[in-house]
Ligand binder design. Sequence first.
Ligand code: ADP
Ligand code: MG
Length: 682
Amino acid sequence: MAQLSDPITVLPGVGEKRAKLYAQLGIYTLRDLICHFPRGYEDRTRIVPISALIPDQPACFRATVMTPPRTSHIRKGLDITKVQVADSSARLNLTFFNQKFTAGQLVYGKEYIFYGAVTGDFIGYNMPSPVFESLDSPPVVTRRILPIYPLTAGLNNAGMIRTISLARELCPDPPEILPEDLRREYRILPAARAYQAIHAPASMEEAAMAKRRLIFEEFFVFSAGLALARATRETRQVAPYEKVELSAFRAALPFRLTGAQERAIRDLTRDLTRGIPMNRLIQGDVGSGKTMVAAAAAYLAAVNGRQAALMAPTEILAEQHFSSLRPLFDRLGLRTALLTGSMTPKEKRGVREALAAGETDLVIGTHALLSEATAFQNLGLVITDEQHRFGVAQRSALSEKGREVHLLVMSATPIPRTLALLMYGDLEVSVLDELPPGRQQVDTFLVGESMRARINAFIRKQVQEGHQCFVVCPAVEENQELGMKAATAWAQTLGQTVFPDLRIALLHGQLKGAEKERIMASFARGEADVLVATTVIEVGVDVPNATLMVIEDADRFGLSQLHQLRGRVGRGGAKSYCILTTHNRAPETLARLKALCATNDGFRIAEEDLKLRGPGDFFGSRQSGMPAFRVASVSTDLETLQQAQQAAAGWIDAHGQEDTPEAAALRERIGELFAHGSPAMN
Ligand code: ADP
Ligand code: MG
C-alpha cells in the first residue's frame, strides 16, 4: 500500500519526466492526484441506433464489423484506415487517420461498442476516428460517464484517467473528515463514495452530489481553520492597554466624531483592553471618516507606550494620511513619520533609525514598511487602509515586526460577512454607517457621446464658479486597450482644443511617486482647474473644492469602484456632480450604471455589484488574499459556503479539541490548507 503523501513517481509508468508534467498541474503527491477532480463529464451511457446518430453530436452505438479494415498510404505521414460497420438500423463508414494499429484490431464479423460523432454530407454519413471497446471488456471509454480532467501539454485525458485510478488502487482515499451527524444534516455523501463518484460516477446526479460534498468539505476545512485560528488567538496574551482616556484626542479634533465613529472607537478600545490581540475590520463608505477611527487607535497605542504603523496601498494615499494626521498628532505631542518607496535612501534610513530607536509613535507608509530594513522598537498596532489590496501575507508580515501586535483593517467596500471571512479571515467587524454632518449627495448622471458639448459646458461652468473638476479615464495611453479613453491623449485634447484657456493637469499611475504627489498637491492647492486622471485617484485623495467628476467609459469600471471614484467629490460645502459617459448600449451595462445614479449608499451599491457580477468579479484581480480552493468557487457556491461556515463554527466549538480520529484528520487538513497561506493567518 502506498501513502497519500507519497510522490507520484511511486506509480508504475510515472517517471521523472511525466512527474514534471504533472507538477505543472500542481500534482506532486498521490493525494494531489486523487484530488485532481474532473472539470466536467461526458455522458457515454446511452447507446443509440446508427440511424439515430446526429451529425457532430458524439454518442455510443453497438455495431458489427462488416468489412476487414483496409489501410491506404496516402502520402508521407498520412495513413487512412477504412472499415464499414452496421447495426440493424443502418450501415456506417468509419475512417481512422494514422491509427493503423488501433483500427486493425477490429475483427471482421465481431460486434463492438463505438463512441464518436458522424459528420454529414449528401452522399452519406461518415465517422472519423471513433473510439471502441469489445462487448466483453470493462467499460473505459464507452458505456460510462467519462470524467474530463484539466490537462497540460504532454498529458492526455485517457492517461490521466489511468493514472488516477492506479493511484486509487494503490492507496486509500483521503480519510473522512466530516462528522456523520453533519453529513446527515446537510445531506452530504461520505468521503469514500464521493471520491469514487467524482472520478467514476454511475450517473450525472451522483457526480453532482460528489462535487457538492467536495465543495462543502473544502469550505468546511477553511471555516474550521478560521474557527481554530480564532480559538488560538484568544489564548494568546498581550498586555492590556490601561490608558483609554480619549478626551485629549477629542479636544484636538477640528470636529465632533459621529456616532458611528464613536461606536467603532468603543469597539476597538474594548479590544485593546481585553488582553488578547485585536483583529478588527472597520467598514465604512467613502467619506465616513475611517481615518479618524484609525487615528484614535494609534493614539491609544502611543499613550500606552506602543508604536503604530499605518500602511496604505499607494504613495498618494500614504502621503495624504500623513498630511492629515501629522498636525493632529503634533497637537497631541506625538511623533509621526512617513515612509514610502520613493523617498531617498538617506531619508528612509533616517525614518527607520527613529523607528528602531522608538522615537516615532506613528509611521505611515506603503509597502516600504514591509521591508526587512524596517524595524520597530515596540510595535503594538498595525493598521491597513485598503480597498482589498493587501494580501494577508502582507498584513501578517507587518504584524510580525512586533511581539504583541493588534490589527485594524479599514475597508471602504462593504462586503457581506461570509465574503469578509474569505477576504480577511477571522475578523470582528465595526461598521461606520453614518456620514459626518453636512455631506452633500453627489448627483450622478449617465450620458452618451451626444451630450459631449453639454458636458464640456458644464465643466467650464464649474470652473467659472471657482471649483475644480476630475476627469477619469480607464487607460493611461492610447491603444493600451482598444476603445478606451486614454488619460494622456484626452488631457492633451482638453488642454489644446476644448479648454485652451483652462489649466489642465494629468495624473496616472505610471508617474513616479514624487511626481504624482507634486501634481496631486498642486491640484489640491487649486493650481489646476481640471485634473485628468486614471483610477490612481480612486483611493482616498481629498480635494474639497472639487465639485465635478466626469468618468469616461464608465462601463469599464466596477460599480463599487465607480462609487469609490465618485467619493472624491462632494467633500466640500458646494453641490457636487458626477457624470458617467459610455458608448456601451448593452441593457445590462446601462442597468448597472443607472443603479449608481439612483443611490449614494455604498452598501446598496456593493450588494448590487455582487448581484450583477458575482463575487469573483467583485474582487476583481485583487484576489491576493483569497484562498485557492480546488473545487469550490466563491462565485457560484455561496450557499454551500454559508452552510459550511455554519457547520464548521458549531462543530469546532463543540468538538474541535477532541481526540477523535475525525478531529485529528480535520486538524491535519487544516494544517495543510493553512501551510499554503490563507487569510486566516492574520
Ligand atoms: P474615509 O472613510 O473615506 O477614509 P476620511 O477618513 O478620509 O474618510 O474622512 C473624510 C473626510 O471627512 C476627511 O476630510 C475628514 O477630515 C472628515 N471627517 C472625518 N470625520 C469627521 C467628522 N466626525 N465630522 C466632520 N468631518 C469629518
Ligand atoms: Mg480613507
